[in-house]
Design a protein around this ligand. Structure first.
Ligand code: NAD
Length: 478
């Protein structure tokens, strides 16, 4: 495979020229065959599988400390399974829907056509899966792709770029490296579709830039995903499962449980179960490779600023780190998992996406109050409900809107490729994963074959004979 790498932070002209070459190549070649799509997907799987250790090391070096198992699960296995799922179902998704006869003698059907070249902008928190996940949908739908990974995991982004250049032709899949300015230049290009994974704040810029070329966008954003612990819930189980996900990647996850809604009076019990569950997972933290660092000093300092602000405004902060653990060193960047009890809306932890291991606990009186609280805030990427009662599940499902809902766990849905993945409202727009990604990145083109007599054409042809109007009337009143 030959590949021409773009320089770091390429100019708008350089990105535009590369995009143009890719678009021309796509038009010349036409829609890729099933075999070529599978071959591209297989090469992406091979890249991840063959270079998994180098990729895991690169992510660990960027983070300072990042659990090998977390990277293996979330950034290697998950994209490989997503790519495989696409490869194994592509045949059935690509098959043209059988034709039908909308008017006598005519035939009509739908063909799913590639859009062309898809731009992918990815964040740092899962730097591999959030590049190769959207890629799986782009390749399955027969598109080519250009990726702009995050500058905050520079070693991983550079390695991804090197590997992509080895496994793919430059007009098939290519990478643009650089920071926010490069991202801004990238998002202003005339892609056939743009998938952005990142913050709601930056999404405003993306959508504005894309609108100049009327580029359709999929926005995979974050926000504050609530956990409703219903009055009937088993608190020990809820605390254990929530803290498992909260401490995964030290909370640096778009789907991390962002706050817990708990019935008033159960706080102390919840604190004790949370403390016990963290103690079972992490006997130490500072030098424990299983516990991940904040990605940079700014992230570390931000968590401490959130704690200081909450304390200042009257919260009780419960540090769940093992007793005596010193996590003050900004060079190590580890933050103690902490509950922020008595959190209120005046606190930054309840205003901003936390993206760290802090977990505010907000109390409610009735389940209706908890639902009303969720609905008074922007629509979250996911809502987690702990309850064993069917009527409670139905009530919460019917009265809240979120990207996804998981009952009696958190985040599990992201691993299911057959489900659509995406946000709603402030947490995003559009879906990918599996068939939903295939459809989002395809153009559903209707094709119609007119009958010999072209009766529907005659219906529009002047001068209109006497029988036309009664025929139209008959259909109106049918
Ligand atoms: P970010 O929005 O700061 O950056 C994401 C990407 O956008 C990076 O590649 C960055 O270089 C680029 N960028 C920055 N400014 C830009 C601009 N003005 N124009 C164009 N591109 C620009 O996000 P982040 O800090 O890398 O990631 C964390 C955020 O991502 C969180 O909000 C999290 O919830 C969200 N996220 C969402 C999902 C999801 O699937 N929904 C997954 C992971 C992370």
């Amino acid at each position: 495979m030959s590949s021409l790498k773009l320089p770091f932070a390429p100019s708008a002209e350089q990105i535009r020229a590369r995009l143009e070459t890719m678009k021309i190549a796509q038009l010349r070649a036409g829609a890729p065959s099933l075999e070529l799509r599978k071959d591209r997907i297989d090469r992406a799987i091979d890249l991840l599988d063959t270079h998994r250790d180098a990729l895991i090391d690169a992510v660990r070096a960027d983070y300072g400390s990042r659990s090998r198992q977390q990277t293996l699960l979330a950034d290697i296995l998950t994209p490989i399974e997503g790519l495989r799922f696409n490869r194994d179902h592509l045949d059935e998704w690509m098959r043209a829907q059988s034709s039908f006869e909308p008017f006598p003698g005519t035939r009509a059907w739908v063909e799913h056509q590639p859009l062309g070249v898809v731009g992918i902008i990815s964040p740092w928190n899962f730097p591999i899966v959030l590049a190769f996940g959207p890629l799986a949908s782009a390749f399955a739908a027969g598109n080519r792709a250009m990726l702009k990974p995050s500058e905050l995991t520079p070693g991983t982004s550079e390695l991804i770029c090197e590997l992509i250049a080895r496994y793919f032709d430059a007009d098939e899949f290519t990478t643009v490296l650089g920071g926010p300015e490069t991202g801004a230049t990238f998002s202003a290009q005339a892609f056939d579709h743009l998938i952005f994974t990142g913050s709601t704040q930056v999404a405003h810029h993306i959508m504005r830039a894309a609108s100049d070329n009327l580029v359709p966008v999929t926005l995979e954003l974050g926000g504050k995903s609530p956990v409703i612990v219903a009055p009937d819930a088993d608190l020990r189980r809820a605390a254990e499962r929530v803290l498992t996900v909260k401490t995964f990647n030290a909370g640096q996850i778009c789907l991390s449980p962002d706050y817990v809604l708990l019935q008033a009076g159960r706080e102390d019990e919840f604190v004790e179960y949370a403390r016990a569950s963290v103690a079972r997972m992490y006997s130490t933290m500072r030098d424990n490779a299983d516990y991940t660092s904040m990605v940079n000093v700014a992230g570390f300092e931000r968590q401490h600023a959130l704690i200081a602000d909450a304390l200042d405004k009257g919260a009780r902060v419960v540090n769940l780190a093992p007793p005596g653990e010193d996590l003050s060193d900004p060079a190590i960047r580890k933050v103690a998992p902490s509950l922020i009890v008595d959190a209120t809306d005046s606190m930054r932890v309840m205003q901003e996406e936390i993206f760290g291991p802090l977990l505010p606990v907000v109390t409610y009186e009735t389940l209706g109050d908890a639902i009303a609280y969720v609905n008074a805030h922007p629509r979250p990427l996911a809502l987690y409900l702990f309850s064993d009662k069917q009527d409670v599940r139905e009530q919460v499902a019917a009265h809240t809107t979120s990207g996804a809902m998981v009952v009696n766990d958190a985040m599990t849905h992201v691993f299911v490729d057959a489900l659509p993945f995406g946000g709603v409202g402030a947490s995003g727009m559009g879906h990918y994963h599996g068939e939903y990604g295939f459809r989002s990145l395809s153009h559903a083109k209707p094709v119609l074959l007119q009958s010999e007599g072209a009766e529907t054409n005659l219906l529009m042809r002047a001068p209109y004979p006497k029988g036309v109007e009664p025929a139209i009337e008959e259909r109106i009143s049918a």
